[in-house]
Design a protein around this ligand. Structure first.
Ligand code: SAM
Ligand code: SF4
Length: 344
């Protein structure tokens, strides 16, 4: 990972940190609840869900995002969770966010359950992009990995997203050794046949059970080798251009127009070019997935402060963004909140 050094100045009215990075991509968690129990994310029994009084209301969400787009340069808002389709009135919230000026690009990350009946309505409300999480095409493996037998629902959701025009539909896949890592090639072949873009994401230490182990993680290089052995991969020139010196993450399947992403979040971190900031469902700013501290925007909001003060708190929070996630540091400590409560 490149060594980042603090810079002396920051831009006013932007979410700029001490290392010159500017956050423009807001990951907004709408709930910590979920209808699956993916083993890399949640324990079988679920978690103690946040009491609803702690959650930001729709009005509070819209106000904070408005401050973000009007005053702080947020250009993309990704709705996530927990499972964002479980949020009541999600379509209404999407429509309200689509009405902001300047209008942010609106994206959703979902496990796809229930999407079959809602993709059309979400697109009509203003949703621009969708990522659907799918780790296996085998019914039994799906049940083992997510502890629920809902594969058919997810596949129906993928098709509905395509028909609703939410293209390119992206599929997020986490491979786990001995569970679904034998499916890397079949998932790619399925994605090519379905006309969706597959993106493999390395498993990160964000499970509630703290069971992640670096030694058993299926790393990006291994995923690349498995795919390349069956379907030679070439670096996508547009991606190489966009990423500059950063490691390649998007590859084209040779002889086709299909691309596949391999995101080495752990083995080749891209923290130096991170443009993300997170807001949890209970209104806490997190500057990194792996932050061990948060900034409470909800209390300020509920105390009745003006927009300018909310923006100031947000700007101050970003100043403290850490240089990198530090998973390889001997002193690394997994964050207290699991992925489902942070917002992936
Ligand atoms: N429930 C929705 C879903 O599954 O798409 C949204 C929330 S989920 C936390 C967002 C993404 O985080 C999913 O693609 C999921 O696979 C990924 N994720 C969860 N835990 C992870 C982990 N420990 N390492 C890597 N990715 C993880
Ligand atoms: Fe739920 Fe998404 Fe976590 Fe799976 S990864 S348990 S679908 S929040």
């Amino acid at each position: 990972m490149p060594v980042l050094r603090p810079l002396p100045t920051q831009g006013a009215g932007r979410l700029a940190d001490r290392y010159g990075r500017v956050a423009t991509d807001l990951r907004l968690s709408l709930t910590d609840r979920c209808n699956l129990r993916c083993t890399y994310c949640m324990p079988a029994e679920g978690l103690d869900w946040m009491p609803s009084a702690q959650l930001l209301s729709d009005e509070e969400v819209v106000r904070l995002v408005r401050v973000g787009v009007e005053r702080l340069g947020i250009t993309t808002v990704r709705l996530t969770g927990g499972e964002p389709l479980l949020r009541r009135n999600l379509e209404g919230l999407v429509a309200a966010l689509a009405g902001l000026e300047p209008r942010p690009v609106l994206a959703l990350t979902t496990n796809g359950i229930g999407l079959a009946g809602r993709a059309e309505g979400l697109a009509a409300a203003g949703l621009d992009r969708i990522n659907i999480s799918l780790d296996t095409l085998e019914d039994d493996t799906f049940a083992r990995l997510t502890r629920r037998r809902r594969l058919a629902d997810v596949l129906a959701g993928v098709r509905a997203a395509r028909s609703a025009g939410l293209n390119p539909v992206k599929i997020n896949t986490v491979l786990m050794r001995g569970v679904n890592d034998h499916e890397a090639v079949s998932l790619l072949e399925w994605a090519m046949a379905e006309g969706v873009q597959l993106r493999f994401i390395e498993q990160m230490p964000l499970d509630a059970q703290h069971a992640w182990q670096r030694q058993t993680m299926v790393a990006a290089a291994e995923i690349w080798a498995r795919l390349d052995a069956r379907h030679p991969l070439v670096e996508d020139p547009a991606d190489a251009l966009a990423r500059g010196s950063a490691p390649a993450e998007l590859f084209r399947v040779a002889g086709t127009t299909h691309t596949v992403g391999i995101i080495a979040a752990v083995s080749k971190p891209f923290c130096g070019s991170c443009d993300r900031v997170r807001l949890t469902a209970d209104g806490q700013i997190r500057t990194c997935l792996f932050s061990r501290s948060e900034t409470d925007l909800r209390s300020a909001l509920r105390s009745g402060v003006e927009d300018a003060e909310l923006a100031g708190i947000w700007i101050a929070a970003i100043t403290g963004k850490q240089a990198g996630h530090g998973i390889d540091d001997p002193s690394f400590l997994q964050p207290d909140r699991p992925m489902s409560a942070i917002g992936g």
